[in-house]
Design a binder for this molecule. Structure first.
Ligand SMILES: [Mg+2]
Length: 269
């Protein structure tokens, strides 16, 4: 009897404690942000991240040199900006610390602060292309209202040829294909696309689910390293929204469920 009472009391204490624990569980929005911590740690701390970005730009340099020239068509390289040439991980870290979702207002404030760093190897690659007869086009989905701040940030970091002709920000759609076509129609031979998102290589995967995105990569696997150069970005991207239809319209709770359901797991020992 005595033991049973003790057991009951213990059970009540455990229940009470677990109740407390539940009260201190972060809400779903905070959990979404907290799931970025390891990706941010890797991005900001690991030598491996830097090694991959150098590997990407070293490969890009060889690919640029080896791309055949076309008579009368100057060689061009199209690069994305965010998480390709510019490191905005401090904005992502702020989201975690302040428990804020991504939104255009805070993103614009970050852009206006001009505190993005250069991705390792990006400035040297840009300078190499320009000093070897190529034209670099910076095609980004940053908003036009942030144009001056973006240009100032890039110039401070040492990117070459940053001007109205080469920096092409959002035209109202995040699909970059039309802007790529304009560059081609201006007479350029685009030999290389550099980006952290499959959309940086054309419209084929625009707003598509991850199965179609992976199919595109498998089908075009020979182009990676020769025409398409990919920078690693585990912080955000269309790979996340590619996990479910209308992912960006889901509630934080629903997003958490989609993320958990997407795990391919071993059955266990
Ligand atoms: Mg990007």
């Amino acid at each position: 009897m005595k033991n049973t009472s003790l057991y009951s009391i213990s059970a009540l204490v455990v229940l009470a404690l677990s109740g407390c624990a539940q009260q201190h569980q972060p809400d779903a929005a905070a959990q979404l942000n907290d799931q970025s911590v390891m990706a941010l740690n890797w991005f900001q701390q690991s030598g491996e991240y830097q090694a991959l970005t150098y590997q990407a730009f070293n490969t890009a340099t060889v690919a640029f040199d080896q791309a055949p020239s076309l008579t009368g068509k100057p060689k061009a390289v199209v690069v994305d900006l965010d998480e390709t040439m510019l490191d905005n991980s401090a904005y992502s870290a702020w989201q975690v610390k302040a428990n804020k979702p991504f939104d255009s207002k805070s993103w614009s404030a970050w852009t206006q602060a001009k505190q993005a760093n250069a991705v390792p190897g990006a400035v040297s690659f840009a300078q190499y292309v320009v000093s070897h007869g190529g034209t670099l086009f910076y095609v980004s989905n940053r908003d036009q209202k942030d144009y001056a701040a973006t240009v100032a940030n890039m110039q401070r970091l040492g990117f070459p040829n940053v001007n109205e002709k080469t920096v092409r920000l959002s035209t109202g759609t995040s699909n970059k294909q039309a802007r790529f076509d304009v560059i081609k129609n201006e007479g350029y031979n685009i030999v290389l696309y550099v980006g952290d998102n499959l959309n940086d290589f054309g419209a084929a995967t625009y707003h598509k689910g991850n199965q179609e995105r992976r199919d595109f990569v498998n089908k075009n696997h020979r182009l990676f390293g020769t025409q398409f150069i990919v920078l690693p970005n585990p912080l955000y991207g269309d790979w996340e929204s590619g996990m479910a239809a209308d992912y960006n319209k889901l509630t934080p709770e629903q997003k958490l469920r989609v993320r958990a359901a997407a795990l391919k797991s071993w059955g266990g020992a």
